[in-house]
Design a protein around this ligand. Structure first.
Ligand SMILES: [Fe+2]
Ligand SMILES: [Fe+2]
Length: 367
């Protein structure tokens, strides 16, 4: 797919290329037993459901400012101020800029996360012991390359606004790639990073109603990602529930707890406040406590928690850490095998729909 890079993505201070030293065991499977039917089934689906980025309608006129202005014409700015409860009431043009930057920040982190997934899954092809898992991982590698391609084109050509990789996402991706244990690549990438992305995609789709290109992109990527998360669960379930001793499981618990903190940190969106020239400590403090942002961060774990439970990793230690982050409310949700699709939790859908609906009842701005 050819496209002009009009607005390049900002490069981190560390430079255009970043390398992570990893010592891994590349494993051959000379038996080719191919007995894990569920992974073979996933491989068949992965091949059959391939799509090409060039099928998307790139001629779509993407103008989020116009979409938001239309939304605000029906009185959404009052509701937005009420919902966000910002440190000071935001005028309509500030609310629009803020939303455009938040969406661009989220999409940019998706782009960088997709590149992380591309590298991590290529590593899985080498390290996972079973041939059928290598097959599926190879099909996922292609998916991830396509996701990088699509998000990159959308950000640089259509939105014209993007952010560099957030340091906490970069650190998590480095940790995942550096670790020689194949199951930790799955745990970090397929269960945590992709599990979070899957929930966040659902929210983004709701927030960007009225923009058909991103709707199409998100729907296609979500369908791919739900298979990737299922891959992680299917590959790890037996290993964690039957094959690991207490010491090994404790290391996985530590990894889950630390990675979950890193994932939450990037959602504080500090770079957005810096770029907007707003008072960063005040706004980060706001992002930490305002119910809307707290709710948003929690919802992004709605698929991770039931998947960890299925893997036997919602242990007392992880539960304690998750209770502090108020994430245990999702433990009874369906996991990615019971329900591959992700529905954003009803409470958030309701809030967003209230803001988005044309003709919403204007509410008084927060004092
Ligand atoms: Fe992806
Ligand atoms: Fe993925």
């Amino acid at each position: 797919m050819k496209y002009v890079q009009k607005n390049p993505v900002p490069v981190p201070a560390s430079g255009a290329y970043g390398s992570v030293a990893a010592t891994i065991d590349a494993v051959f499977d000379w038996e080719y037993a191919l007995k894990r039917q569920n992974l073979l089934g996933l491989f068949e689906k992965g091949k059959a459901l391939n799509w090409n980025a060039s099928e998307l309608d790139w001629s779509t006129d993407v103008d989020p400012e116009r979409v938001m202005k239309e939304r605000f014409a029906s009185g959404a700015s009052g509701i937005m101020n009420q919902l966000l409860s910002p440190p000071r009431p935001l005028a309509q043009d500030e609310l629009i800029r803020f939303q455009i930057h938040m969406n661009s920040f989220m999409l940019s982190q998706f782009l960088h996360g997709e590149q992380g997934a591309l590298l991590a899954t290529a590593k899985i092809v080498e390290t996972v012991p079973w041939a059928e898992a290598k097959f599926y991982a190879a099909s996922q590698v292609l998916d991830e390359a396509r996701h990088v391609e699509v998000y990159h084109r959308y950000l640089t050509e259509k939105l014209g606004l993007s952010y560099g990789v957030h340091p906490s996402l970069q650190q998590l991706l480095d940790d995942i790639l550096r670790d020689p244990r194949w199951d930790l690549t799955f745990l970090g990438m397929q269960i945590l990073v992709e599990g979070l992305a899957l929930a966040a995609f659902g929210l983004l789709r709701l927030q960007m109603t009225g923009e058909p290109l991103i709707q199409d992109i998100t729907a296609r990527i979500m369908a791919d990602e739900s298979r990737h998360v299922a891959f992680g669960v299917l590959a790890l379930e037996d290993v964690y529930t039957h094959q690991m001793d207490q010491r090994e499981l404790r290391e996985r618990e530590d990894f889950v707890i630390e990675a979950s903190h890193l994932l939450r940190e990037r959602l504080l969106m500090q770079p957005v406040f810096e770029r907007l020239g707003w008072d960063v400590p005040v706004w980060v403090e706001w992002a930490q406590r305002t119910p809307f942002m707290v709710g948003f961060r929690q919802m992004t774990f709605s698929k991770i928690v039931p998947n960890l439970k299925r893997l036997g990793l919602l242990t007392p230690r992880v539960r304690e850490a998750y209770a502090k982050m108020d994430l245990l409310r999702f433990e009874h949700e369906k996991d990615s095998i019971e329900e591959p699709e992700v529905k954003p939790p009803a409470e958030l859908v309701q809030l967003l729909l209230q803001v988005m609906s044309q003709g919403a009842q204007p509410a008084a701005p927060a004092a």
